[in-house]
Design a protein around this ligand. Structure first.
Ligand code: NAD
Length: 480
């Protein structure tokens, strides 16, 4: 299997090939074309030219037709794509199937919105009109991560296309084959004008850095870590481009004493180990009311221990490998440091003994208990299967502990007390709060971060607005 660059309507070879590996076995799955600044520059030039023709930017019906045809072409490939996602990313097949289904649904959602970008017209004084036009922002550069490369590609590319932007996509090297396979039926459409969608891949980040720095890129959408997002914000500053940054998180789950601890512990365990803990919104800290701490310790340890580790294509698997062995070693070392310095280790995770998993990037989950929410493992995003359990006294203490973080991506509140659930949800400084659930994300519902979790929103109508500019046109026509 090979993935090539697609620039200005043509599939192109690159500067050699880079292998893509199955993180569960280390097996080579295929290769993607190497690229870098040269490909990024060519792609931006092509997109810039394409944007300046009215054929795309001013033709919402064409945009809708292209997106609907793309979704129709993907539909029969769902299962194949889900398998490829599991092979390249490692996540359990059921998670891949859910992701491919969600991505498809999101293309349809934005295909509908292509025909709904209204402005406004006002008579500001007798015979004087101010008209507000919602216009596509221009060329959009999209840097896509590897952890959910289906949904996270679509939630940036689909609103950019719906708005009428021309685009350059740079997938993560770890999941380049999957991203190229999802985009192929879009790129091959005759109705898609050349240069409107470009794709290049690279193992380094010179091409991505070009997207950030180029004055020809008007909007830059990045999903990744807060450290890289900060660097991007600095490097983009001289061009004043619009930024959409979806960054790291440290999700808290606040569990009140009226909740059914034994029933929710398996849900919290699943929320913590989704994509092996490599999801920005994964549960990281469980804050439980002090009277239920001991019960939660036992229930969560048991729930995490019960999750089978294995290859994502094995139907029994609930936790697959991390994205690669480098990530396993880095994240594993940080989890070990957390275990060495916490108040109590409840479940000691690490590299599994199982010889059958020896070639993969596996880590078994860890659970620790700690009192001080200032500890590095309560503050830092550790992108793997580590869950920290803390206790709180009352509502105010729960909210203060949960808000004691630089992040603000997501949280969940677990209680049967309806008024308390809403009160606490409103007090949390997070872009998303779930009540008696976790990790529920929808095409229709905006997601994004407060504070260091990012800028702007993806999903929903607001994501489309992030790829537009608002123009005021004034005209005095007099009165009859
Ligand atoms: P990362 O920050 O390491 O990003 C890697 C990507 O950044 C690569 O594609 C690389 O090409 C690019 N890059 C690196 N340096 C660059 C530079 N100077 N200029 C431009 N691009 C550059 O993140 P990761 O490890 O790939 O992803 C994991 C992170 O993503 C976690 O922090 C996670 O929370 C976050 N994430 C956030 C969301 C969200 O919706 N908020 C969703 C998924 C993942």
């Amino acid at each position: 299997m090979q993935a090539r660059h697609f620039i200005n309507g043509e599939w192109l070879h690159g500067e050699g090939w880079v292998d893509s590996l199955d993180p569960a076995t280390g097996e080579v799955l295929g290769a993607f074309a190497e690229g870098g600044e040269q490909q990024a520059r060519a792609a931006v030039d092509a997109a810039s030219l394409a944007f300046n023709t009215p054929q795309w930017a001013q033709n919402p019906r064409l945009r809708q037709q292209v997106m609907l045809a793309w979704a129709a072409a993907l539909e029969p490939r769902r299962e194949k794509l889900a398998h490829l996602l599991t092979r390249e990313n490692g996540k359990p097949l059921a998670q891949s199937q859910g992701e491919v289904g969600g991505a498809l649904s999101e293309i349809l959602y934005y295909a509908g919105l292509t025909r709904h970008t209204p402005g406004a017209a006002m008579e500001v004084a007798p015979g004087e009109f101010s008209t507000m036009f919602r216009e596509p922002a221009g060329v959009a550069g999209l840097i896509i991560p590897w952890n959910a490369p289906g949904v996270l590609l679509i939630r940036a590319l689909a609103p950019a296309l719906a708005a009428g932007c021309a685009t350059v996509v740079k997938p993560a090297p770890q999941t380049a084959l999957f991203n190229a396979a999802v985009m192929a039926p879009l790129l091959e459409q005759k109705a898609l004008p050349p240069g409107v969608v470009n794709l290049f891949m690279e193992s380094g980040h010179a091409g991505a850095a070009h997207l950030v720095a180029s004055p020809k890129v008007d909007v830059l959408s990045f999903t990744g870590s807060t450290a890289t997002g900060t660097r991007i914000m600095q490097d983009a500053a001289p061009t004043m481009k619009k930024l959409s940054l979806e960054l790291g998180g440290k999700s808290c789950c606040l569990v009140f004493e009226d909740a059914d601890i034994d029933a929710i512990a398996p849900k919290l365990a699943a929320a913590a180990t989704i994509i092996s803990g490599q999801q920005c919104t994964a549960a990281r800290r469980v804050l439980v009311q002090a009277s239920r701490l001991e019960q939660m310790k036992a229930a969560l340890s048991a729930a995490l221990k019960a999750l089978p580790l294995g290859h994502g294509l094995d139907a029994a698997t609930r936790i697959g490998p991390l994205i690669d062995r480098h990530a396993r070693d880095q994240v594993g070392a940080r989890i070990q440091e957390a275990q060495d310095s916490c108040d109590q280790v409840l479940l000691a995770g690490g590299i599994p003994d199982d010889a059958g998993l020896a070639d993969g990037a596996f880590l078994t989950p860890s659970l620790i208990h700690h009192r001080d929410s200032g500890a590095f493992f309560c503050q830092e995003e550790i992108f793997g299967p580590l869950l920290v359990l803390e206790a709180f006294e009352d509502e105010a203490d729960a909210v203060a502990r949960a808000n004691h973080t630089d992040f603000g991506l997501s949280a969940s509140v677990w209680t049967n007390h309806g008024a308390r659930a809403l009160r606490v949800a409103r007090a949390l400084r997070d872009g998303t709060v779930w009540i008696n659930d976790h990790n529920k994300l929808f095409a229709e519902a905006e997601t994004g971060g407060y504070r260091k979790s990012g800028l702007g929103r993806l999903h929903g109508y607001d994501a489309l607005l992030d790829f537009t500019e608002l123009k005021h046109v004034y005209q005095s026509v007099g009165t009859v």
